[in-house]
Structures are given as structure tokens and as C-alpha cells.
Design a protein around this ligand. Sequence first.
Ligand code: AMP
Ligand code: GLY
Length: 441
Amino acid sequence: MKVLIVGNGGREHALAWKIAQSSRVDQVFVAPGNAGTALEGAKVSNVTISATDIAGLVKFASTEKIGLTVIGPEAPLALGVVDAFQDMKLKVFGPTQAAAQLESSKVFCKNLLRQADVPTGDYQVFREADDAMRFIKARFPNEGDRAPVVVKADGLASGKGVVVCKTREDALEAVERIARRREFGTAGNQMIIEERLEGQEASVLAITDGRTIVPLPACQDHKPAFDGDRGPNTGGMGAYCPTPIVDDSMMAWIEEHILVPTVHAMKRNRKPFSGVLYAGLMLTQSGPKVLEYNCRFGDPECQPLIMRLKSDLVDLLEATVDGRLDQIDPPQWDERPSLCVVVASQGYPGEYTKNQIVTGLDAAAQIEDVKVFHAGTKLSGDQVLTDGGRVLGVTAIGSSVSAAKLQAYTAVQKVRWPGSWCRKDISDKALQYVEKKQKEG
Ligand code: AMP
Ligand code: GLY
């Protein structure tokens, strides 16, 4: 069978690498892909169709007789790529446009969580900047008041439409940016002011066909740019899997109180959800609460997850599309933990440099138990050039988290280009957590 993967990030390289290993797959196309997918081997090739060119993707899948299309990023899902494929009776993995609102509209998501009685922060929805400002001033009457709230633009804004506030002035400024200056365009037509939650964050991803839910091992992402969780927010600077901060009993609780009622509420609202349901959770003193839902694999969470998956990914994705997840064997996982370190361009997550020559990829590929997934790269002749903010996801597996970390950073040291950098502390939270637990006895 032929498989088409839509997207060009580290997530899509990881999906292509794994799917190409399936004995059922003859050929993998990635639209538009990156240098990593271009160099992945004979079975994998790039096609120059943008991830949001829905007509182009449908046409390609029809003419090439693609047996399964897997949508990586959120933008095409929000545009209705799955609906367009379904209309043409083409098999496609991902939620419909209506179901993808769980990610594409934070207002939709919060209202659904409230309706389904899923734990999440308290919130209010606003359309008008004046109303939102009045609300903030009423709750925090004095200048300089502490204001533990988060102001969020409703729509997709590549993670930038979320402002975690400390003071009343932060909150007013956030409303100004979202609803008056329109920094996030129509994503700011509505906004949410939400209670700021405290705790550790975890990513719990599950695959569901709308009836059966298959939770995947929990991961932890590292969203702030710099070590010790300092600096601006990014798409994710690294992730590891599994995370000890979500143990088996907490996972069972999350399934029962978060995943099941969400999938059920989506079905009841006639927007059955099929694809990856990714819960961004805050593990608060009073239990896990949903910060947001994404409706796709996380990037970089996908990379360490895929590194641990032993069974055939195509079987799992196809069973989801066919609505028969209840009939297949559960996915098999390598016992060993894995982790992914993102190597980024100078300036990311702000303005960053591009077109730098990446060196050391061959040396990194020699390191045992390591796979270097490409994200923002492109091929120019036989040179790999940087082409994005997050450039590589150096992913390793090892007998312990520390062993995986050592392998990953050994490989990271081999790759470089002018201005390349990464966080040095990916997965340290796991060790800190285990040490703290041991001390507590
Ligand atoms: P989101 O896109 O909604 O996941 O928000 C991006 C990031 O903002 C999250 O990963 C959190 O670090 C932070 N965040 C969002 N909502 C809250 C909240 N209610 N309390 C604290 N932090 C939050
Ligand atoms: N790692 C965060 C995301 O994929 O949204």
C-alpha cells in the first residue's frame, strides 16, 4: 500500500520513518516533507504540495491511489482536509473539521469540557475588549494587583495566542493585544480569561475512533525556550516518554475522568472524534486538569513515542480510520524510555536565521540507539540547510532516562551550524521527580 503523510516537521519525519518500516507499505510520500524525509531511503519521497493545499492533496491521493493519508499538523485539519478526503472516499487519519474545533477553538473546547464535567480551570468567554477589561478591573481593582490568570485568543495562533499573566497590567495588555491590536487576526474574535493553574505539565495522547480509546504512554514536553523552564514559550524544545509524573493509577484516572467523557461528549454533540486526542494537562494539587486539547500528535512528543513503538503503526492508524480499534491488539511498547532534544536556530522562537549548512549528521547517525529526525530543514543539492526555528529532533532510547539522555546529547554534540543551540536539561524533571519521591519515602 501507498501512504501519504501531510506536514513537514519532526513529527512527520518520525511518522514517515516508522510507517516505512511496515511490511504492508510499499511507498511513503510526504507533502511537503523536509530534508530528513527526502533522505530517509528508497521507500520515502517528498511531494511538493503544501500541507494546506487541500485540493492538491486530494488530487494527489486519488491519482496515486494512496491507501492511507495521515495528517500531521493542525492547520489542514482546521481547514477541513479530512472532510475533503472523506467526500472522495479516501482513507484519512485525523478528525473532521467539526471535531478539530477541540483544538481550533478554545471557546469550543472549554464549553465542551464544562458540558462533559471534565476538570479544567474556571474561565469566562469575551467577544469585546471593553467587557474583558471591565472584568479584569473588577476582579483586580488596584494597579499592580497580582492577577493569576491566563488570557487566550480563541483561534489557532501557533501557541502564541496564550498569555500567562502575573499582574493586572499583564492581563489588560494581553486583552489589548488580542482584541484591539488584533495581533493574532481573527483568532482574537473571541477570547478566554482563565484561572492560572499551578503544577507540572504532562501530555497524554490517545488514539480513538470515536468509540474505543487507546491511551499512549504519557510524555512530558519542555515548552519554555531555556533551561530550568525560563524564557519565552516555544512549540516544544524536547520531550521524553514515559514520564514518571503520570503513574498507572493517575493514567487510569485520566482515562476515566478526562478522555472518556470528552470522546462521549463529542459523539453526543454529533461531532464524533477520530484521530489523536492529545490532552495538555496540568497536574494540580487537586488532580489533573485540562489546559487544552490538540487533535494531532504532539511535536516533539511524537518523536519519543514513535521511538518506543514496537508494533505496526499502520495497523493502528488504519483500524482507527475504519472504526475497529476494539478489534486489534493494543500497541506494543519498548520498555526502555526515550527522549528527544530539539536543536534550534539562532533567534528562535523570535526571528531566526535560515539557510545555514547543517554539519555532522552522518557522525550523529553513527551513535547507537539514536535517530535524528529533521524538522526545519531543506535539501539544496546534497547539502542540508536550516529552514525553520526548530531544526532537528535528536531522539534516543536507553535502558534508563539518564542513559537515553546521554546518547541523545552525545549525538547533539556532533551536529552544528552557526548559531545552533538546544536546552541542556531535557528529561531532568523526571530525575528530580523520582528523587523527590524517594526522599518523601
Ligand atoms: P495552551 O496552548 O492552551 O496549551 O497554552 C500554552 C501554554 O500556556 C501551556 O502549555 C501552559 O504552559 C500555559 N497555560 C495555558 N493555560 C494555562 C493555565 N490555565 N494555567 C497555567 N498555565 C497555562
Ligand atoms: N508539543 C506541543 C504541541 O505539539 O502542541
